[in-house]
Design a binder for this molecule. Structure first.
Ligand code: PLP
Length: 391
C-alpha cells in the first residue's frame, strides 16, 4: 500500500472506532448503550438553528475568507474576552472546521523532525497522533487519579529540554474531566518564563462545562506577558451542542494565526459558510442555557460516579468539568488481561466505553456521561453485571 511515512506514524482514532463498533452492533439488532462519544446529547439551541436557516435563505452558500468571515472573527474575539478573559483583536483569531482542525493546523504549521511536544496524559486521543503526523516527538507527562490527574510545575519542568517546542494543555480535560487550577497555571507560567522557546496550546473547548464553582482559569488570561506564545483553542461544538456544524476557534499571535490560515487555504479552505452564521448566533446570542446544561451534566456526573464507586473492582474520582469520567479498573486486570479486553467484555454486555489505553492511560476506561439519566443508570447496571459475570 502506497501510504506515506507520515500516515504510517499515526493510528485511527480509537474513540471513533468504538463508536462505530457500537453503531454496527446496534444496526445488527443488539441493544447497546453508547457512552463512548464525546458530544452533548442536548439539541442545538433553536436560535442557532434558525440562524443557519436564515443564512441559507440569504444565499450565504459561497466561499468566505479562509479564516472565517470578519463578522464571526469579531464574535469570536468577543467570546475570548467575555468567556475566557483573553483580550484579542479579530486578526488574532481564526476559524476552522472544528477545534480539531485548528489543533492539526497549529501543529503541522510549526512542528518539525527535531521538535518535542509535552503532552500530559491521559490525553485527548488526537494530540499525540497530530504531533507524530507532523514529525515531532511526544513527551508524555503522566498524571495519576490520586492526584486528580494534575501535574506540578516541577514535573513539567523536568520534561522540558532544548528540543521542546510545545506544551499541550487541556482544561477541563478529556478524558479525565480534570481542571487546572489558577495556582498551577501561574506555576506553569513561571516555568515557561525560564524556557522562552516553548509555546503553549491551551485547549479550552470544554471551558463552559465546569463544576468547580470557580471561574474557568486559563493561561493567556493569567499570564498576559506570555500571550505571544499561547494559542488558545475554543469553539461551539461542546458548549453549544454544535458538533456537526464543524466550527472551531483559535486565538493567538498573528504570525501563528496567519500560518494556520496559510495551511487551511490549501487544505479545507474556509469553514462552512452556513455554520459560520450559526456560530455568530451561538457566540453573540443568549448564553443562559449553559448554566442549566451544566447543572444537568453535574447531576449525571454524580449519578455515574456514585454508581461506579459502588461496583467492586472499579473506582472513579469526581471530575471537575467536561462530561467524562475516568474509571480505574486496575483490580480487574488480573482477570481480563488489559483494558481493551475489558472494553470488549463490557460491549458484549451492552455498554460501549473507551479503554484508558486509547488515551495514553492504562487499566481503566472513559465513560462519557452526555446521556440521559435513564441510559446512564441502565449502563451502570450493565457494567456491574458484566463485572460480576465470568469473563
Ligand atoms: N479538543 C478536545 C479535548 C476534544 O475532546 C475535542 C472533541 O472531542 C476537540 C478538541 C475537537 O472538537 P471539535 O473538532 O468537534 O470542535
Amino acid at each position: 500500500m502506497p501510504l506515506s511515512a507520515a500516515l504510517a506514524r499515526i493510528a485511527p482514532s480509537q474513540t471513533t472506532a468504538m463508536t462505530d463498533r457500537a453503531t454496527q452492533l446496534r444496526e445488527a439488532g443488539r441493544d447497546i448503550i453508547s457512552l463512548s462519544v464525546g458530544e452533548p446529547d442536548f439539541a442545538t439551541p433553536a436560535h442557532v438553528v434558525e440562524a443557519a436557516k436564515a443564512a441559507l435563505d440569504r444565499g450565504e452558500t459561497k466561499y468566505t475568507p479562509v479564516g472565517g468571515t470578519s463578522r464571526l472573527k469579531q464574535a469570536a474575539a468577543l467570546h475570548f474576552a467575555r468567556d475566557l478573559g483573553i483580550a484579542v483583536t479579530p486578526s488574532q483569531v481564526t476559524v476552522s472546521a472544528g477545534g480539531k482542525q485548528a489543533i492539526f493546523h497549529a501543529m503541522l504549521a510549526t512542528v518539525g523532525a527535531d521538535d518535542e511536544v509535552v503532552v500530559p496524559s491521559p490525553w485527548w486521543v488526537s494530540y499525540p497522533e497530530v504531533v507524530r503526523f507532523a514529525g515531532g516527538e511526544v513527551v508524555p507527562l503522566h498524571t495519576e487519579a490520586q492526584n486528580g490527574f494534575r501535574f506540578t510545575p516541577a514535573e513539567l519542568e523536568a520534561r522540558i529540554g532544548p528540543r521542546t517546542l510545545w506544551l499541550l494543555l487541556n482544561s477541563p480535560g478529556n478524558p479525565t474531566g480534570a481542571c487546572l487550577p489558577a495556582e498551577t497555571l501561574l506555576g506553569i507560567g513561571a516555568v515557561l518564563r525560564r524556557h522562552p522557546r516553548v509555546m503553549v496550546l491551551s485547549d479550552d473547548i470544554y471551558a463552559p462545562i465546569n463544576y468547580t464553582g470557580t471561574r474557568h482559569a486559563t493561561l493567556a488570561n493569567l499570564c498576559p506577558d506570555l500571550a505571544d506564545r499561547i494559542l488558545t483553542i475554543s469553539g461551539v461544538s461542546k458548549s453549544h451542542a454544535m458538533t456537526g456544524f464543524r466550527i472551531g476557534l483559535a486565538a493567538g499571535p498573528e504570525w501563528l494565526i496567519r500560518a494556520m490560515e496559510r495551511l487551511q487555504s490549501h487544505s479545507s479552505g474556509n469553514p462552512c459558510s452556513i455554520s459560520q452564521a450559526a456560530a455568530v448566533a451561538a457566540l453573540e446570542g443568549p448564553q443562559d442555557f449553559l448554566s442549566d446544561w451544566c447543572a444537568r451534566f453535574r447531576a449525571r456526573r454524580d449519578l455515574v460516579v456514585a454508581a461506579i464507586n459502588a461496583i467492586p473492582g472499579l473506582s472513579a474520582p469526581t471530575p471537575d468539568g467536561a462530561f467524562y469520567c475516568m474509571v480505574d479498573a486496575a483490580p480487574l486486570m488480573a482477570r481480563f488481561g488489559d483494558d481493551a479486553a475489558l472494553a470488549l467484555h463490557l460491549l458484549e454486555h451492552g455498554v460501549a466505553i473507551v479503554p484508558a489505553s486509547a488515551f495514553g492511560g492504562r487499566d481503566g476506561f472513559r465513560i462519557s456521561f452526555a446521556a440521559d439519566e435513564a441510559k446512564l443508570t441502565e449502563a451502570c447496571r450493565r457494567i456491574a453485571q458484566a463485572v460480576a459475570a465470568d469473563g
